[in-house]
Design a protein around this ligand. Structure first.
Ligand code: PLP
Length: 366
């Protein structure tokens, strides 16, 4: 039997046709092209933090002696730290190796084959990906021309099979926020609702205070963006103690690494420094938004995250992405029906943003 036959015979049938998560291009791809040195490349395709993590993290990791010992599977220290940061109690916190892993864990807790999950597209792809993996059906409700959600359509889409609703706020990849009243209206349906607050620190808006009142509400966050910890993989969520206990029960025992725990500890000690970087990113976001609008061939959408989504009014978004890559600049193009005519640009340092604007101005002239 050849390998492909083995796979087709034994692998779960629904996974044979699964669309994988389309991650952004990594740095190595461009670094392998000899024309660019690593320092020259402007990587603004992954919503990563251009300032890196706290320098305290590097110092602490260097001196650490016990990498041979497993982390604490009950996450006591980690949950205490994160509860302090999020303004809640440790029994409401669950941490995982990245926020994406927590989103996946939540799907595993609620979704059986045949169940339905609702989200509003375009949005973060992991919701669909994990729902597919669990055998659920993703019910995709289109956002409007400004990427606003429509609460009435969401309500109308709820059936007895609906197990979860995912709302990304601010929304990735479009950057816009949904007003609190609208989120609450969805929460009041009583269906388990996940608000993805991966970009919370860039907007300051949160649904966490409502969790006491609405036990079906869950909030997921990450240290990847604001704390520059994407490479460490650390996400967490805030839940009712009952849901948190279930999630802890079904998670893999050691899903948060020892270096990630150390990095969280140091990052939370260095909050002032990291939030200074966040403020700089926000200032740069406002500048980039203005400059992109002036180019004439892009329409940047209002954003409260660390990236800006632009509709391409003239020219082809895929070709612009390639032209930028040829100049050592990586932006994100999604080749999907809803997003194909746009590009997403993460906010870089002031110098990086200058390079992006200059390159786009050149491209626009041709
Ligand atoms: C980045 C991101 C996450 C979490 O990312 P991790 O790196 O896995 O922590 C979750 N949701 C959205 C919308 C994101 O953009």
């Amino acid at each position: 039997m050849v390998t492909s036959e083995i796979i087709e015979r034994w692998v779960r049938p629904r996974l044979l046709g699964l669309t994988s998560y389309s991650a952004n291009k990594s740095l190595d791809v461009l670094e392998k092209k000899a024309e660019f040195s690593p320092e020259e490349i402007v990587k603004v395709n992954g919503n990563e933090n251009p300032y890196g993590c706290s320098p305290k993290v590097n110092q602490a990791l260097e001196g650490y002696q016990k990498y041979n010992i497993y982390p604490d599977t009950t996450q006591q220290e980690l949950r205490n730290l994160l509860a302090g940061y999020a303004g809640t109690t440790p029994d409401r916190i669950v941490a995982t190796g990245g926020g994406s892993q927590l989103l996946d864990l939540i799907v595993r807790l609620f979704v059986d084959p045949g169940d339905e999950v609702i989200t509003c597209v375009p949005t973060f792809e992991i919701y669909r990906f994990s729902t597919d993996l669990c055998g659920g059906t993703m019910v995709e409700i289109p956002r409007d021309g400004d990427f606003a959600i429509d609460v009435n359509t969401i309500k109308a889409a709820i059936t007895e099979k609906t197990k979860l609703i995912f709302l990304c706020n601010p929304n990735n990849p479009t950057g816009n926020v949904t007003p609190e009243e609208e989120l609450l209206e969805v929460v009041k349906t009583g269906v388990p609702v996940v608000i993805d607050e991966a970009y919370y620190e860039f907007t300051g808006k949160t649904m966490v205070p409502f969790i006491d009142q609405y036990p079906n509400l869950m909030v997921v966050r990450t240290l990847s963006k604001w704390a520059g910890m994407a490479g460490f993989r650390l996400g967490y969520g805030i839940f009712t103690p009952e849901i948190a206990a279930y999630l802890l029960k079904i998670k893999l025992p050691f899903c948060v690494s020892v270096p990630a725990l150390i990095a969280v500890k140091e990052s939370l000690k260095d909050r002032d420094y990291l939030m200074g970087n966040v403020r700089e990113i926000i200032a740069q976001r406002e500048r980039l938004f203005q400059e992109l609008g002036k180019l004439g061939f892009l329409r940047p959408y209002p954003t409260e995250s660390n990236f800006v989504f632009c509709a391409v009014l003239k020219g082809d978004a895929g070709k612009i992405t390639q032209d930028l890559e040829n100049r050592g600049i990586l932006v994100r193009h999604f080749n999907t029906p809803l997003l194909r005519h746009g590009i997403r640009i993460s906010i870089g340092t002031s110098e990086q943003n200058d390079k992006v604007i200059e390159a786009l101005a050149e491209i626009g002239e041709n």
